[in-house]
Design a protein around this ligand. Structure first.
Ligand SMILES: Nc1ncnc2c1ncn2[C@@H]1O[C@H](COP(=O)(O)OP(=O)(O)OP(=O)(O)O)[C@@H](O)[C@H]1O
Ligand SMILES: [Mg+2]
Length: 419
């Protein structure tokens, strides 16, 4: 499987991992396998990663100052911390704040601030000449109505600082501007909303590790949005697959743009995750995240499809090491990989059927559920409402996708009844 990173701990160095969520668990395990002392911080005492940590620390992953205070306290009691990173949690500001406060490697705090603010990020990208959708802040319903009148309804309204597609709305002539504005604003921690032109075209996820300004793209997946109409006005991604169906030179252009965008935000060494669109005019940036991705992309799908130990490499970078380019080179002969999500009918979950038979299939790499029997499922409005996922492999992209679809469409049944 994944080659062991060629490192031997000099002594037991300490890595601080911000987030102990389920998706961080493979990263926490990787850090331990690298011989590191692992501190995990998370605001929820239930977070599964805390149980694996050498030192669990209860502090909100979003609270940068409290995490820095906890890290200083830890250092006093337990000795040096050598690196900090987050895994599958969108908290680059917490990580950058701890890194700056303790003098550890990390991206600059201003870069992390830009990555946490979709409006400031896009302003910076425009200054750097990076193609992004037209965008504008929206301060009121009246302002939204004016923009709709001027530009037409082909707009996306979104909170400036949320995630998981919460409050991201693709507007249409039928959308009530008053409802849309208040809905998007309700999920913004700073109560700020923006609009963007909706960019049609294939959407891809890229993930690169930048080392001293040189980007190494190890993840490149086509994102699946076949349910756009079904869940409108919500924008729900249904899965993704590697390798991309796009031509290699197009992939290179998209990956290169994401790396340029990351550098424009001020990242020279660190992870750059791109949400990209291929428009008729060429690639454009929807968003850059300054951290390892979630959705089992960085931890599972990328190593499976590329053979690259991205998490191990990112941990080494967080410790101030420099992985070789060869460590980040995509291996030949890797399987195609697909992920698809479950979207059962809303209601109370009666049963989830077919799990054991599906887990026994050799091409099912991972099957997971976020819901269990008895739970009441609300209608899907964002990515946190997906019910589960399956990750499959295949000899070709089409085979991996067909297998994943078969599982979500027929082999697994999530039975619900009216609540
Ligand atoms: N201007 C746009 N044009 C086309 N698609 C868009 C646009 N804005 C957002 N989307 C789609 O909606 C998704 C979610 O939007 P965005 O990334 O801004 O929100 P988010 O809350 O950060 O979501 P996530 O955490 O999934 O990245 C994008 O990844 C993209 O697929
Ligand atoms: Mg996003």
């Amino acid at each position: 499987m994944i080659p062991e990173a060629p490192i031997q701990a000099r002594d037991r160095r300490t890595i601080w991992i911000v987030s102990g969520g389920a998706e961080a668990v493979p990263g926490i395990e990787r850090a331990k396998a690298m011989g590191l002392r692992v501190v995990v911080s998370d605001g929820s005492g239930e977070a599964p990663g805390l149980a694996l940590a050498d030192h669990p620390v209860i502090v909100s992953t979003y609270d940068a100052d409290a995490t820095l205070a906890a890290a200083r306290d830890f250092r006093q009691r337990h000795g040096p911390i050598d690196g900090v990173l987050c895994i599958a949690a969108d908290v680059p500001l917490t990580v950058a704040t701890v890194a700056a406060g303790l003098g550890l490697p990390g991206i600059p705090v201003p870069a992390a601030q830009l990555a946490m603010d979709k409006l400031a990020m896009k302003r910076r990208l425009v200054e750097a000449g990076i193609p992004v959708p037209w965008f504008a802040p929206v301060r009121s319903v009246a302002e939204l109505q004016t923009l709709l009148a001027e530009r037409g309804p082909q707009l996306v309204l979104k909170p400036v600082d949320s995630r998981g597609a919460r409050g991201v709305l693709r507007l249409s002539a039928g959308t009530d501007p008053d409802w849309a504005f208040h809905h998007a604003r309700s999920v913004s921690p700073s109560a700020r909303v923006m609009v963007e032109a909706y960019l049609p075209g294939p959407q891809v996820s890229t993930e690169a590790l930048l080392i001293d300004g040189t980007g190494h793209t190890v993840g490149f997946a086509d994102r699946n949005y076949e349910h756009l109409e079904r869940y409108a006005p919500y924008v729900i991604e249904n899965g993704g697959e590697q390798p991309s169906a796009l031509e290699p030179d197009v992939c290179q252009a998209i990956a290169g743009l994401a790396i340029r965008a990351g550098r424009a935000l001020g990242i020279e060494t660190g992870v750059v995750k791109g949400d990209m669109v291929l428009t008729e005019q060429g690639p454009a940036v929807i968003e850059i995240a300054a951290r390892l991705s979630g959705g089992w992309f960085s931890t599972t799908q990328i190593p499976l499809a590329s053979g690259v130990d991205l998490i191990g490499a990112a941990i080494r970078v967080a410790l101030g090491e420099r992985p070789e380019a060869a460590d980040l080179a995509i291996r030949q002969g890797r399987p195609a990989v697909a992920i698809r999500y479950f979207f059962p009918s809303p209601g109370r979950v009666r049963a989830i059927e077919g799990i054991e038979a599906v887990r026994a299939l050799p091409w099912v790499h991972q099957l997971g559920f976020f819901v269990s029997a008895g739970e009441v499922l609300a209608p899907v409005t964002d990515h946190t409402r997906r019910a589960g996922y399956v990750i499959t492999t295949g000899d070709s992209r089409d085979e991996a996708v067909a297998r994943a679809r078969e599982i979500v469409e027929s082999r697994i049944r999530i039975r619900t009844e009216p609540a």
